[in-house]
Write a protein that binds this ligand. Structure first.
Ligand code: FE2
Length: 230
């Protein structure tokens, strides 16, 4: 299952938050900042870029952002779960896919795309999670989010700036390895589920790698560690 929902992106203007922080149009970040490398391979992809970890510390972990985030979850995400109690990733991940750069984060790419399921190694995301993906720029066909539809064709999300994507754990997805467009793509993503769907029997002792350190899957995705209840 994959669907788009609309939200008030003037009220929850995440793009503006990051734009003000960088003092730059997000699609032009590749012009303003020097990224450590043009080709990133495996695991976190661009997660280790210094600019990403700095943004996490200087923006996402601030109390202002946290306030906006919790309001957004309550008003936009919770209704999607019929206002039942939900577990939501405490804070979203911020990603940059710089123009002219390449990012390979799967073992083996297919047709030039990072096609994968989030339950695959190295993250082993639990199957009971849904994924949420928020574009912070207008994407084009060269830098968009791609997924496999029910007819097994691989297609772009073609999503607008006031929409977000929700997809279940069985949806194959992943953007192209090369961002051949002239525009950098920035996005937020996070996981969520109804509290009722949390199922410890689907978690195990298997080891997952997070920023180079091993954790047990059941510890990393425990209700206290990874999620907050709203
Ligand atoms: Fe993914």
């Amino acid at each position: 299952m994959i669907e788009k929902i609309q939200y008030d992106n003037k009220k929850y203007n995440f793009a503006k938050v990051f734009q003000e922080y960088f003092e730059e149009d997000l699609t032009k970040l590749h012009k303003k900042f020097q990224f450590e490398r043009e080709f990133s391979e495996m695991a976190g992809g661009t997660e280790e870029f210094e600019i990403v970890s700095q943004t996490y510390t200087n923006v996402i972990k601030t109390s202002d952002f946290n306030k906006l985030w919790i309001e957004f979850i309550k008003e936009v995400i919770k209704p999607y779960f019929d206002n039942k109690s939900i577990y939501i990733q405490k804070l979203p991940s911020f990603r940059i896919f710089p123009a002219g750069h390449s990012v390979k984060y799967v073992e083996e790419t297919i047709d030039g795309y990072n096609k994968h399921l989030d339950e695959q190694p190295p993250y082993y995301h639990p199957k009971f999670e849904s994924s949420f993906w928020i574009p912070l720029v207008e994407c084009n066909y060269l830098n968009d989010f791609y997924y496999q539809d029910e007819h097994e064709s691989y297609r772009r999300a073609d999503i607008r700036i006031n929409e977000l994507l929700i997809f279940s754990s069985d949806v194959i997805h992943g953007n192209s390895v090369h961002n051949k467009s002239s525009q950098t793509r920035c996005s937020l993503d996070f996981k969520g589920l109804a509290v009722d769907d949390y199922d410890t029997t689907m978690l195990s002792d298997r080891s997952i790698l997070k920023r180079g350190s091993p954790f047990k899957q059941k510890d990393w995705y425990s209700t206290k560690h990874y999620y907050m209840e709203i």
